[in-house]
Design a protein around this ligand. Structure first.
Ligand code: MSP
Length: 512
């Protein structure tokens, strides 16, 4: 069997409920997964939660509960969110599961057997919020920050196991050079290379001053460093080390999606651990940007944290999915605001796509008793709409393969605008008045084909709306069985299919 396309999200800390940042990565991963299924690829899609570490232990303590109680409570919010956002993950991993302990112990032992683990003492600073050991350069950077912006760091002095990260400086640099696809976007690769060129110190990979984690095999006084534990989820999730077949079918990952803040863990530490354990490296780590909210950094203290459940309540999952991926190039930072969502809904979804669908289906109802008409002769104008559909599918596919969601959507909406213009120019209402049934049939048939193509392409982004449009087109095959090659099959929407205009797919919102 061929290897699947394997896509992952970061696993989310359970010290806090989901916000827009979590929804963003998960939605992006889902669109990638759905698009790859559309291409006919076998897909494996993993998401989950990061439940160990000092931060979780402290949050639980502050709440007066056990860490596992906290995790059991909060994980539900993340799992429900998958349903609410129409996420099609194949599995949901929790790092407190037994299968994960087995995987972490195994990789730790392999790294140890490679001679890359030694016992020493860590003395330095630690950032509990980020669960990160602070390097000397970072420490200096922190000191030069204005006080109110400085992260809270704590002095740590304890016995610790170290991973020989320094040994991997050259192998990593070689890997980046030979595999420029390893980190995307390209400008992020430059940052990673610079960081590694700056020199790598060995990394502390265990802690002794708290308990909430996976014990070091053979020395349970230590718990394994939470990032060593967390990163391993990507292989636990595909059967490591117990299910060899599953592991072979899925590993290495094709793409790890991560926020820019956790790129270093994924592009430096993770590949070094994997090299040490003699496991294959993921093909791409893609770092996306961060959302601000109405121009401000999102934070609890500012009280401006965007709750994805609320956004879905107000606008629906499709609109939220579309907005996040259309608003900014994937990789760059963006600003979230309701008015920006509403502008996109009204302009692109209601006026652009919604209007095209409703007026076309309305005319088929009115002029052809709701049956898609049979075209006789097609003109050059009709052919142009077909040609443009084919080139749009190609551009869309290329952009999606490059993880350039917004470009793919721009190309698609450019096509929608062309089709709307074709409708205006062909003026079916005038053809009807003139009793030009032949021409009217050709035009409405052509628009129906165009809508069919658009529906297949928007499906990964807006599965609910696409399914609605698809069923209103009266197609008997299910939308989920369609592939990209069907989108190139002009004539997919067959003459005689019964259509239904129905209620508007994308209601407008008032900017006030
Ligand atoms: N548990 C680690 C990841 C381990 S992966 C092996 C973690 N968890 S997190 O819950 O804090 O963050 C998860 C993701 O949310 C990160 O990719 C982070 O970049 C993302 N975001 C957090 N705030 C964000 C925004 N304001 N905007 C976009 N993404 C943001 O880190």
């Amino acid at each position: 069997m061929s290897k699947s396309f394997y896509v992952t999200t970061p696993i989310y800390y359970v010290n806090d409920v989901p916000h827009i940042g979590h929804a963003y990565t998960t939605i992006a991963a889902d669109v990638i997964a759905r698009f790859n299924r559309l291409k006919g690829n076998k897909v494996y899609f993993l998401t989950g939660t990061d439940e160990h570490g000092q931060k979780i232990e402290r949050t639980a303590e502050a709440n007066g509960e056990k860490p596992i109680e906290l995790a059991n409570r909060v994980v539900k919010r993340f799992q429900d969110l998958s349903n609410v956002l129409n996420i099609t993950n194949d599995d949901f991993i929790r790092t407190t599961e037994e299968r994960h302990r087995i995987a972490v112990e195994e990789i730790f032992k392999r790294v140890e057997a490679a001679g890359d683990i030694y016992l020493s003492e860590y003395e330095g600073w630690y950032d509990v919020r980020e669960e990160a050991f602070i390097t000397d350069t970072q420490y200096e950077e922190i000191q030069s920050m204005p006080e109110e912006k400085r992260p809270v760091i704590e002095k740590v002095k304890e016995e610790s196991y170290f991973f020989r990260l320094s040994k991997y400086q050259e192998p990593l640099l070689r890997h980046y050079k030979e595999n420029p696809e390893f980190v995307k976007p390209a400008y992020r690769l430059n940052e990673v290379v610079k960081f590694v060129e700056g020199g790598l110190k060995d990394l502390s990979v265990s802690r002794t001053t708290f308990n909430w984690g996976i014990p070091v095999p053979g020395n349970p006084k230590h718990v394994i460093y939470v990032w060593f534990d967390a990163l391993t989820n990507y292989i636990t999730g595909v059967g490591f080390p117990t299910d060899e077949k599953m592991f072979e079918d899925n590993w290495p990952a094709d793409i790890h999606l991560v926020g820019k803040d956790i790129l270093r863990f994924h592009a430096v530490y993770w590949p070094a651990f994997l090299m040490s354990a003699d496991l294959a490296l993921p093909k791409t780590v893609f770092a996306h940007g961060w959302w601000t909210v109405e121009g401000e950094k999102m934070s609890k203290s500012l009280g401006n944290v965007v709750d994805p459940y609320q956004v879905v309540d107000e606008f629906g999952a499709d609109v939220f999915r579309y907005f996040l991926l259309r608003e900014i190039p994937f990789g760059q930072d963006g600003d979230y605001s309701k008015s920006a969502i509403i502008a996109r809904v009204n302009g692109e979804l209601a006026n652009g796509l919604g209007n095209l669908v409703s007026r076309t289906l309305g005319m088929v109802e009115k002029y052809f008793d709701a049956s898609v008409p049979e075209p006789a002769a097609l003109t050059a104008d009709d052919e142009a709409i077909r040609e443009k559909a084919f080139s749009t599918v190609e551009i869309f596919e290329k952009d999606m393969d490059e993880v350039e969601f917004n470009k793919a959507l721009v190309a698609l909406w450019d096509y929608i605008a062309d089709v709307n213009k074709y409708v205006d120019d062909s003026a079916p209402w005038t053809l009807a008045k003139e009793n030009n049934a032949k021409r009217l049939a050709a035009v409405l048939w052509t628009i129906a084909q165009a809508i069919g193509v658009v529906t297949i392409l928007i499906y990964p982004f807006m599965p609910e709306a696409a399914s609605k449009i698809w069923s209103r087109l009266g197609s008997s095959d299910s939308l989920s069985s369609m592939t990209l090659s069907n989108a190139k099959e002009w004539g997919l929407v067959q003459a005689g299919q019964k259509v239904e205009k129905g209620e508007s797919i994308f209601p407008r919102f008032d900017q006030k």
